[in-house]
Design a protein around this ligand. Sequence first.
Ligand SMILES: N=CN[C@@H](CCC(=O)O)C(=O)O
Ligand SMILES: [Zn+2]
Length: 430
Amino acid sequence: MSKAIFIRNANQLVTLQGGAHAPLVKEAMSELGIIENGSVWIEDGVIQAVGTDEELLAMFEGRLDEAEVVDASGKLVTPGLVDPHTHLVFAGSRENEFNMRLQGATYMDIMNAGGGIHATTRATKAASNEELFHASYGRLNQFLRHGVTTVEAKSGYGMEWETERKQLEVAKRLNENHVIDVVSTFMGAHAVPKEYKENPDEFVRLLVEEMIPMVAELGLAEFNDVFCEHGVFTPEQSRVILEAGKRHGLIPKIHADEIEPYEGAELAAEVGAISADHLLKASEKGMRAMAEKGVVGVLLPGTAYFLMAESANGRKMIDLGVPVALSTDCNPGSSPTVSLPFIMNLGCLKMGMTPAEVITATTINAAHALNRGQEIGSLEVGKKGDVTIFNIENYMKLQYSYGVNHTDTVVKNGQVVVRGGHLVEELSLS
Ligand SMILES: N=CN[C@@H](CCC(=O)O)C(=O)O
Ligand SMILES: [Zn+2]
């Protein structure tokens, strides 16, 4: 059994206590439950006590020699960060498209001409299981170095069974072999393959009648996602795909209103999606419907930044009562980054969120977007021992001092996996 971990004396211990049962909304998004001179005791991978250093010292005085002590004095301690929207498992890279976009081509132009998602699909199809595993494992190491301890991963660079299955199996193997928890989403409905361009409903039928049931039967995903966008899947097709997932136990998620307003937010509320993601062009009606149904708005300001588009209106969503989360959207086309701290800065500067709201959006609300609000996302007794220590004094500095990785120590399941900003040795893959 591994040693207990005693994190001591944080300048600010951000606990986010009280949000385990439902995502935080409105003013509650600013209640971080900060403890000054805060400490956490973790044992058997689980948080056993949270409080001031004085309180915990009184509780564990007789057992100090049983624990590895991590001195957090002068530092910021938060729950391990949660990234609820990534396309982690892919091959190749698309800097050529970046260059084309700088010269005026749009994301959709490139996709409609057979590039974009289709280009990554070709590369992912051609890659071996091993190549995909190693490339994605490297990305997970980078996530961890940035303080992230849980990452969602979507399939969708196959759009035919063998490659979709390959991606999901790689994600499963990553979850088993990397310390980060990898949460899988099936996204066969990421684009319409060119052989179905004339008859997209036939592709929808294939998803609904064949792929979704197989994903569910093999237990390869928890969520089912669709790119509901003009020129990709219509709201009606999206509804059919998401309802089919529900019948097979897959929880709906949706890429909604990213490029054009398309009533994706409304659809998310209607089908009872756990989250609607992107939402750059979401209508007020759609936001209100999401707020009413408690659909988490997963906002991706790194994507808007990289596509040179106006960000989603995070401020308005929070004011209307939408529970907001933030994510990198890590993917090779529209957001090639693993830096959730950089996304935090964009959340403030591009979406009008406060630093406190941003912390909530990358911890407890992000956990709720993955149906894991009871396990992760806050520092509370009984939750997983996932903790990030930043080499800064307070939470506001995390958004303010941008473009720098302040991660000092990461504890995952009660074990130190990043120390002094570096991965502990066993994690590196040759
Ligand atoms: N918008 C659709 N899907 C991804 C982009 C995938 C890609 O371009 O490879 C997204 O969430 O941004
Ligand atoms: Zn996405």
